[in-house]
Every structure is written in C-alpha cells, then in structure tokens.
Design a protein around this ligand. Structure first.
Ligand code: AHR
Length: 503
C-alpha cells in the first residue's frame, strides 16, 4: 500500500457522513420523536439517548422528510399547536397514520440538539413551486415578513439557515414517474423561484439517477448547467449552473436483483460476498456518473450527492415495523467500504446520506420502546469521523483478490486523510471473512512518529447487535502496529473495519 502524503487531495466534505430520515416505519416516531409526556427521557419530545449517540458520531447533516414520503408531504400539516395538526395518511408507506407531531420546528430542534444542519426535500410530485417557496420563506425569512411572523407566532422568531434544498425525490419513480425531460422542465421552474433568506447561498440538489441510469445524469446535466437551454450568441446568459448538486441513489443487496434482496440475518458466505460485490459497485457508479458530469462541468462545481445509499435486505416476517432490519457485522463492512469510496472521490462527492438513520434499512441506531442500541454501522461512522473536513491523501492499494464462488473482489479497501493537526488517518476494510490481512504501507514522513489502530470485527459474519446484550462491535486495539523508517506494518483482523492513526 502506498500513501501519497506528499500529494494531498481535496478536502473530505464532512457532509459525506450525512444521514437520511424519512417518515417510514419507526424512523421518526419512536426512533426520534416520543413526545414530551413520554416516560422515555426526552428533551422537548426528542429522545435523549438517540441525540446523545448522534452527537457523539458528529452527524453533520440530515435529509428530511423523505424519500418517497417527501413528494406527498405538505409542510403546513406539521406546524402550529400539535393538538390541532392534521392527522394524515402516509400514502408512500403503507397508509400509516401520521400525527404530524414531528414537523418543521421539531426537525430543527432535533438538529440543534445534535449540532447538524438541515437538508430539506421539497415536494415536487404532488406539490407546487409556490408551496415549496412558501416553506423556504417560512423557515428562513426575517421576522418582519409575514412568513417570519407566522414562524415567530409558532415559537421561533429567528430564521433558520437551510443550506441544502432537494428539489423532489426519485422523480423518475415514486416522486412523479417523470422522464428526464419532464423533470428538467419542472426543475428549472423550481430553481428559478426557490430561495432562502440569509444564512448563505441556497444549495439546490436536483434529483439524479437511480443506480446506473447514466442517461438520466446526462440529460439532467445538459438541462441544468445553463440559465438558458439554447442561448443565442449575443443574448444574456447567466454562467452559473442552476444546481449545487446532483443526487445518486444506490443500494446494496445480495447480488443485483431488486426483487430478491436476500436476508440480513442467517446469511451464507456466498451472500456475504455477493453483497460486498454489490457495495463495491459504488465505485463504478461514482466514476461513471462523475465522468458524465465532468463533460458538462470540468471544474467540478456541481457536487455528486449520494443522498440514499446503504444495505437494504429483506426484512424478517416478524420485523416490528416497515423496512426494519437487524444489524450485523456485514453492515459495518459495507459502510466502511462505501465510505472509503466516497472519501476517495471527495473531489466530486461532497455529500452522502445513508438510508436511514434510525430503525429503517441500514440504521445507525435501533430502538425497542425505551431501549436503544447503536449498530455496527454507527461504530464505523464514529471511527471514521476523523475524516470529516480533513484533507484526502491518495492511497494506492495492491491487494490479492478475495474469491468466493463467482465473486472476485479486492480483499482490502482503504482511504486516508490528514487532519488540521497533521495526524494521518487510514481506514482499512478487510473483506475476507476468514483470513487476517498483513498490511505494509509506505509513506514519506512516517519516521519518528507513533501509530495506533483499532478494529471493528466479530466472531462471525452475521453476528447481530442485540438489545440488552453487551455490544460486540466496540472497536478493539490492534496489536503490533509498527513504524520502521518509511514503512508502517500491521495485521488487520478478518472481516473487519480498522482505523490507523499516525501522530
Ligand atoms: O429509503 C427508502 C426509499 O428508497 C426512499 O423513500 C426512496 O427514495 C427510495 O426508493
């Protein structure tokens, strides 16, 4: 392994460690919101154990309210006195009742409690430019305006900063079944009219592709990079792109069949390998979508925002709520591998939001009534938080393949960064379920420094985290990390995610 400490790359945007929360299953209700009268310890209705864990993992940004839910969400349902709010039906997710007790004010309070920033997805599918514009005004306009006065009457005088605004969600699917051309036409109207007031520029994020739909990326880039689609030679044209970011949704399951995602507990070695093979495809997705973006935007002004990613397996029949998945060691390995890929593409990937933060798909946190556990995925985010805002250091990995059945994958995945204090951080994932891997890393400026490492692993590939049991995923020190001259050596455990720190 060769670390190019003398060739620093771009800053790793902290937002790569972003989260996604949707009104789905127990993602919001119980998972975050328990209400002020709940016996579960809370601050203004938001559970304290969850905020404490998210603060510790340094969550930088949260996308809300969906997902598919966002294109049916009407923000006015979620403001004003809670006992008078509309009781709506969550048509996106099983017609579940939604009390709207968790609305704009509660979301912003939640963010304040954990120190994160908002990314709101406005409703394009069943909403309008006007509705979205009024929501942004409600959140960000000065108190002297009618929108600000209404917000103040509901308990919040100071405007909120809303740095990130998603214009719809999966508009090619649940968000409107649009063609790329139709979406571009809609997007341009939203982009022309949406703005926030104060708190820095509004960063609009356009709906991007599903997985490998490169044609969508091509068409949305072609239609949004210029203020006029077909400018004449002498006419006025604003040179700024109409978007800050373009999204990408990419999920990992067992193999490549959306309709056969495989089990998330009790899986086989083949399933392990197939899921990791799919997760490894993240690299190809990012590269190919970025290559298209490069043609329209060679200066890389527009961010690729992977605002839905993660391991999505079939829920068990007795799952306590929609899209609830138990969490195993495999999730940690998928998270470590995916985050390494995002770090290594930090020149274009400037936000990513794992789906979904609590009790839904690949969660950082699971709750069962008053109980709460952090998952192996949480441990990876906690371990990797040192990369947030650090300078990426390119790393070349020369590794044998891990082979299982028809799957062949590089055994080792890695990414590295240098923080403001000069510490080097190297995150290493060993995909091999059986064999520890010796790592021999060469880098300049290692001599005379100290290194230490800790690793997340478990006794078996499908070891789950369990309520009321000791947490088997707490990172453990890796012994015998040595620096000699410009070489650092250690052995990372089988099926593991390791962080090496050089001080
Ligand atoms: O994350 C679950 C769902 O997956 C989201 O609502 C949707 O955007 C995607 O299809």
């Amino acid at each position: 392994m060769l670390l190019h400490a003398d060739r620093p790359g771009p800053r790793i945007a902290p937002e790569i460690y972003g989260q996604f929360v949707e009104h789905l299953g127990r993602g919001v209700y119980e998972g975050i919101w328990v209400g002020e009268g709940s016996p579960i310890p809370n601050t203004r209705g938001i559970r304290n154990d969850v905020t404490q864990a998210l603060r510790q993992a340094k969550v930088p940004v949260i996308r809300w309210p969906g997902g598919c839910f966002a294109d049916g969400y009407h923000w006015r349902d979620g403001i004003g006195p809670r006992d008078k709010r509309t009781r709506s039906i969550n048509a996106a997710w099983g017609n579940a009742p939604d009390s709207n007790a968790f609305g704009t004010h509660e979301f912003m309070d939640f963010l304040d409690q954990i120190g994160a920033r908002p990314f709101v997805s406005v409703n394009v599918g069943s909403g309008s430019v006007r509705e979205a514009d009024e929501w942004l005004r409600y959140m960000t306009a000065p108190v002297e305006s009618s929108a600000g006065a209404e917000r103040a009457a509901n308990g919040r005088a100071a405007p909120w900063a809303v740095p990130y605004v998603g214009v719809g969600n999966e508009s090619w699917g649940c968000g409107g079944k649009m063609t790329a051309e139709t979406y571009v036409a809609q997007y341009r109207q939203y982009a022309a009219n949406l703005r926030t007031f104060g708190g820095g520029p509004t960063k609009l994020i356009a709906v991007g592709a599903d997985t490998d739909d490169y044609e969508w990326t091509e068409k949305v880039m072609a239609g949004t990079m210029k203020s006029r689609p077909n400018p004449t030679p002498l006419a006025y044209i604003n040179p700024r792109p109409l978007l800050w970011g373009l999204s990408l949704h990419f999920y990992t399951f067992t193999g490549n069949d959306w309709y056969a995602k495989g089990r998330n507990v009790g899986f086989t070695r083949d399933d392990w390998a197939k899921a990791l093979g799919r997760a490894q495809l993240t690299d190809e997705m990012v590269r190919r979508h970025s290559a298209i973006m490069d043609r329209y935007d060679p200066e890389k002004k527009v961010a690729l925002v992977v605002d839905e990613w993660g391991a999505w397996f079939n829920s068990e029949k007795d799952a306590p709520s929609a899209l609830y998945l138990e969490s195993t060691l495999r999730d940690a390995v998928i998270a470590g591998l995916s985050l390494n890929i995002f770090n290594n593409h930090a020149d274009r990937v400037r936000m990513a939001n794992i789906a979904q933060m609590v009790n839904v798909i690949q969660s950082l946190i699971l709750t069962r009534g008053k109980e709460m556990v952090v998952t192996p995925t949480w441990h990876v985010f906690d371990l990797y938080k040192v990369h947030q805002g650090a300078t990426q250091i390119p790393v070349d990995v020369d590794t044998p393949n891990y082979v299982q059945g028809a799957t062949r994958l590089p055994t080792i995945s890695a990414s590295a960064s240098r923080d403001a204090a000069g510490k080097l951080h190297l995150s290493i994932v060993n995909l091999d379920p059986d064999k520890p891997a010796p790592v021999d890393m060469v880098a300049s400026a290692l001599s005379g420094r100290r290194a230490q490492a800790s690793a997340i692993t478990a006794d078996r590939i499908d070891r789950p985290v369990q309520f009321g049991q000791p947490d088997p995923f707490v990172p453990q020190p890796v012994k015998a990390v040595a620096i000699r001259g410009d070489r650092l050596t250690l052995t990372v455990p089988a099926r593991s995610v390791t962080l090496v720190t050089v001080e």
